[in-house]
Write a protein that binds this ligand. Structure first.
Ligand code: TXE
Length: 497
């Protein structure tokens, strides 16, 4: 970064083979957050080859589990040591508030600690085949060379959900952060080196996915691609990887319903809490969250009051520079992304949705150089509108109304995606019925947005396939091998001649 080499290939830090660089822009004020080497296709191929060599000829895949776990714990310690500097990089690159970045680094730490523990207690499975002379067991082996492609909204967090289990499993890898937010991942790969990750195990390239993508995901030397990002890119990657029947896991965002029954807001206190959770669920990180609760589905009897209270609080959200402790949410990640969000707002208006609050940039001249956008609410929405069906990935809440439980469930499932959903009700039986009926990978009942490293994360439908976090998030990086060992073999006796 800023003159230092940023590509890590086979344990050596290098500049791009053609000397190319890219400026990473701080969306809070348009300044340059860092100048970073931009890999070429040749660099991407070299990174895959280095990962392949490290897997086939290196020691990491056969390093005892206890040592791999100890390394993950060391990474966690170093993350805490460097928490402030990593948080500052994350805020400079993404625009998110420093408070959010600090939470991200704590979450990254937990992921490493979790997988250190989990891999340490995994054991082979003995299978009783009813023959005392046969030892039959199922063992886990690393899947091989992994390509890990991350997005820009949670750069280090999303990358850690991939790197931690990949390392725990004994894989080697090529990591490609988003070209929009590479800074924290570069610092992190230095940290991995310091923790003792052997050369070639974690390779790093930065650059445009459109340029490097096929070289990374279509290389026959790759065994697994883990991708988090947009639906269109997920489709492309799945197609390219299919050429060599390469396993793919993709997390492609969501259009997540937050269903509010009237009984969850029947006292002043519960009403305020429901408003608070809906507000946080959609406007945190200015809506740039794959699990953001972007579709409010509210019972008709309370809808008018609920939307009015939401609008009042949305108008008070302090949008500003993430480095200012007074800011409650930062800018959108880039000018281009704000253009996209603004186009969705214009579309919503033309589709006939009722704009209740927001729908514009902040007027504060101090924010003029950043890509800020105000929290926006559209009422009177329905499924014919693209703002209800498509992921806007900005601070936009759409409101739909229902009159009974069946309709609430139908609306909640009426999406091509299926990443996350929220349900608010004081009726426990109804709550259980509705959460079981919703076809989403995570469902919160009377809460919203929380996750833990120990529970699986991923989507139904077009939100993707595969899982991250939890035991399944490690299993993605492991092949199961059945070993049948006959200690006293006999002739099969099938063919008599
Ligand atoms: O994502 P891309 P973009 C959604 C959100 C957003 C939309 C587009 O709706 O508005 O996606 O965002 C790499 N082969 N999400 O364009 O392109 C790219 O370099 C291989 C949801 O920024 O999906 C980056 O590293 N890789 C999401 C990563 O893919 C390719 C978070 C993600 O970028 C590639 C972010 C290719 N052909 C956006 N093309 C979530 N699920 O949380 C690009 N990339």
């Amino acid at each position: 970064m800023n003159g230092e080499p940023d590509l890590c290939i086979g344990g050596a830090w290098r500049h791009a083979s053609d000397g190319g660089t890219r400026s990473s822009i701080n969306p809070a004020d348009g300044s340059v957050a860092g100048v970073v080497d931009e890999a070429t296709v040749e660099d991407a191929r070299a990174a895959v080859a280095a990962a392949r060599t490290a897997f086939d000829d290196g020691t990491w895949p056969s390093t005892p589990v206890i040592e791999r776990a100890a390394l993950l714990d060391r990474v966690a310690d170093l993350l805490q040591r460097d928490k402030e500097s990593l948080s500052l990089l994350e805020t400079a690159d993404t625009g998110k508030t420093l408070a959010e970045s600090r939470i991200d680094i704590d979450d990254v730490t937990s992921v490493f600690r979790y997988y250190a523990k989990l891999v340490g207690v995994q054991s082979d499975r003995l299978v009783d085949v009813g023959d005392a002379s046969v030892v039959s067991r199922v063992v886990r082996e690393p899947i091989g060379v992994c390509v890990l492609i991350a997005p820009w909204n949670y750069p280090l967090l999303q990358m850690s959900w991939k790197i931690a289990p990949a390392l725990a499993a004994g894989c080697t890898m090529v990591a490609k952060p988003s070209e929009v937010t590479p800074l924290s991942t570069i610092a992190f790969v230095h940290l991995l080196e310091e923790a003792g990750v052997p050369p070639g195990v974690v390779n790093l390239v930065q650059g445009s996915g459109a340029v490097l993508g096929d070289a990374l995901t279509g290389d026959p030397a790759v065994d697994f691609v883990s991708f988090t990002g947009g639906l269109a890119t997920g489709r492309t990657i799945s197609r390219v990887a299919a050429e060599h029947v390469t396993k793919v896991a993709v997390e492609l965002g969501g259009k997540n319903p937050h269903i509010v029954f009237a009984d969850a807001a029947d006292s002043a206190e519960s009403f305020d809490m429901a408003v608070d959770h809906v507000l946080t669920g959609v406007f945190l990180h200015s809506g740039q969250v794959c699990s953001a609760g972007t579709r409010l589905i509210v019972e008709e009897s309370i809808a008018d009051d609920f939307v009015a209270a939401l609008a009042e609080r949305a108008a008070k959200i302090r949008v500003g520079n993430g480095m200012d402790p007074a800011s409650e949410t930062g800018p959108l990640v880039s000018e281009q992304h704000r253009d996209k969000v603004e186009a969705y707002v214009a579309l919503g208006i033309s589709e006939g949705a009722k704009l209740v609050v927001g729908g514009e940039r902040p007027s504060d001249p101090a924010l003029a150089d950043g890509s800020y956008y105000l929290p926006t609410i559209f009422d009177r929405c329905d499924r014919t509108m693209r703002i209800v069906t498509e992921e806007t990935f900005g601070p936009i809440l759409t409101v739909e109304r229902f009159t009974d439980e069946a309709e609430a469930i139908r609306l909640g499932n009426d999406t091509d995606y299926g990443l996350a959903a929220g349900v608010r009700t004081s009726d426990a039986a109804r709550g259980e019925r509705v959460v079981r009926a919703l076809r989403h990978g995570t469902v919160w009942l009377n809460d919203f947005g929380y996750y833990t490293a120990a529970a699986e994360w991923g989507g139904f439908g077009k939100s993707g396939n595969g899982r991250e976090l939890g035991p399944a998030g490690l299993a993605e990086y492991q092949e199961m091998k059945h070993i049948w060992h006959n200690t006293a073999p006999m002739p099969a006796g099938w063919f008599k001649g």
